[in-house]
Design a protein around this ligand. Sequence first.
Ligand SMILES: *Cc1c(COP(=O)(O)O)cnc(C)c1O
Length: 369
Amino acid sequence: MSVPLVDLQSQYESIKPEIDTAIQRVIDNSAFIMGSEVAAFEQAFAEYCGVKHAIGVSSGTGALFLALLGYGIGPGDEVITTPFTFFATGEAISQVGARPAFVDIDPVTYNIDPAKIEAAITPYTKAIMPVHLYGQPADMDAINEIASTHKLVVIEDAAQAHGSLYKGKRVGSLADSACFSYYPSKNLGCYGDGGAVVTDDDHLAERVRLLRDHGRTSKYEHSELGYGHRLDGIQGAILATKLPHLDGWNEGRRQRADRYADLLADTAVVTPKHLPETTPVYHCYVIRTPNRDAVLASLQKQGIGAGVHYPIPLHLQPAYRFLELEPGSFPISEQAAKEVITLPIYAEMTDEQQDEVVAALKAALANGA
Ligand SMILES: *Cc1c(COP(=O)(O)O)cnc(C)c1O
């Protein structure tokens, strides 16, 4: 029996009638782009996050891009972020014409290390974009304090953290604005591409609404040049159907994570630690072992859908060669990139599947991998 990294099919099976009805409703109404299904989801998601506005857009990358543009960030500006993240975090900063200013991570949480942020601030710095990596909120009080001292905007990259809590508050409500992805394998995923910007800021919400839809102020009038970054009706309907299940699915992931920690306690691998003030949602369950490549190869050979998030930090990506950042620039990120392995995790995972992952991992470790 093999165990996949994620299992979207079993989640669908668990809510099939609801999803099929929602999709059929959109087809019957021909409300394919934006429309009432998207508006209803936007309202529900804003309420869920505890903020005034959620603006549905075409992807998480689109959300990051439009939020940055919405603040007027562009050429000549710098945005502080982590190099240990999915490529899109840096890419969105570069796409608006700004420069990503990387800051190394905390070795335990894998999130941006607030103690290193101040040294990266220059007269050109406009914003800090922390990523809640693997579903654990970044150290937001420390980040917000630095931002308020230096009058910087804080944009959460919450693409991996739908529903996680920091000091009892939901991600999405922890900074000036936050960006979510609804890529199918995210904790809240649609059946295609989707994303959202969420904020309490009326002005930013208006900017993002305008920019996502060709700068349109009415059907035929465009007040400025915008973009085609709208959310589909089918995705909105699917997301609204799934949202009431999110907390239960996240709880299922936490139970799996706790069980992994128990089952792996007698091994040499480093299991995830979360700060006491956070309630993580385990988008990824990431362990650490010095002999990563051999362990990963063995797991894959045994049919375990293990992965690596992420093997190349952004500053060492070929696309970022122009930043001229040498290996050694961000040693904690570089070391993590060499040692992390993501094990399968999803709410529907059975004890048998999890036992199989653990047995395969223990066999890999015993074989000197
Ligand atoms: C998935 C992800 C994104 C991008 O989201 P898409 O919807 O795939 O464009 C951005 N940042 C992080 C941290 C992500 O995990």
